[in-house]
Design a protein around this ligand. Sequence first.
Ligand SMILES: Nc1ncnc2c1ncn2[C@@H]1O[C@H](COP(=O)(O)OP(=O)(O)OP(=O)(O)O)[C@@H](O)[C@H]1O
Length: 373
Amino acid sequence: MIEAVGLTKRFGAKTAVDQLSFQVRPGHVTGFLGPNGSGKSTTMRMILGLDRPTSGHVTINGRPFRELPNAQRHVGALLDAKAVHGGRRARTHLLALAQLSGIPEKRVDEVLGVVGLQDVARQRTKAFSLGMGQRLGIAAALLGDPQVLLFDEPVNGLDPEGILWVRNLMRQLAAEGRTVFVSSHLMSEMALTADHLIVIGRGRLLADMGVQEFIAHNSAGFARVRVADSDRLGAQALGEALVKAGGQVLKEPDGALRVTGLTLPHVSDLAHEAGVRLWELSPHRASLEEAYMRLTQSAVEYTSTEDPRAELFEPEPLTVPAWEDEGAHQVSGPTAAAFYAPPPPGAAGAQPFLMPSRPGDLAGTATDPEDPR
Ligand SMILES: Nc1ncnc2c1ncn2[C@@H]1O[C@H](COP(=O)(O)OP(=O)(O)OP(=O)(O)O)[C@@H](O)[C@H]1O
């Protein structure tokens, strides 16, 4: 287990990591998420004794990394796949690491096989692609058959087959009871790989919870409702009825309506009353990416500005739902331009999750009666 308590790191005036406390438990893949510059690498470096905390502490199985006897047998890490002597052959690189830790030579060939580099084991690493470098870094992390593994962006540069392989490897390592702590910016991948998430922004803890719980807390559910394609009048009538009943309605590109603020049975009843034939009525949960964007939007340090050249182009006319055109009812909530964005904080069904001020006191977790699920 990895345990951080009040972990803080300042570089001059910059606070890279700010009072972080968390535990990374064995038997799970724990994803470590945060925007660029939020302090993930600095945290991992402190876990591995490469950076000294300004205050607080972090331990692995109860001891600081530097106090672990033969640490490579307990902890394996991939921090920077490029941190390899390019003139060395892959096997020689691993052999040198093994000899430093008293790991037998046959283990080198084992891990080369595990990561699929056995055929290029005698090539110099400077000729390696980014993906091959990642595999070599993972091999180095596995050398000591450690109980605790840290991976900083392990799928960076890997092709789809490689990404799938890393996902299966992480899950297998966790299933063997190991502690697996992995950072990534690939949300779709994290959703498939991680069981638990630790999310930070500007060095501070934003969330520490299971993946499904994280998505549920940081996204608004909505219903997708689609009228028979040929029934344009029906779609309009239903749209009006939904808005009149207090729903927030947006039109999706495929013609379906995205409805927040009404339960599925209520939407079904309104369709029935309007005599409208439905082709779809389904609950929708946001993706991990949507939930993550929503939680971290105020913690992003580097945001882009509009490209001024965009003014050279004519803006696309907005597609406004027919019932809004006619002014029958006002569609409230997000604008038509934000069809795929989750509703902003404060909109129906949208309670961003905040870390509790006291343990056990969860803020923003009240169930929303208007959630359509
Ligand atoms: N050695 C250092 N000296 C000064 N500032 C540093 C140093 N290392 C990191 N920082 C700063 O600390 C902050 C956190 O950096 P860190 O690399 O830990 O973030 P990160 O979450 O890993 O980012 P990314 O996702 O882009 O890899 C950044 O603002 C960075 O510039």
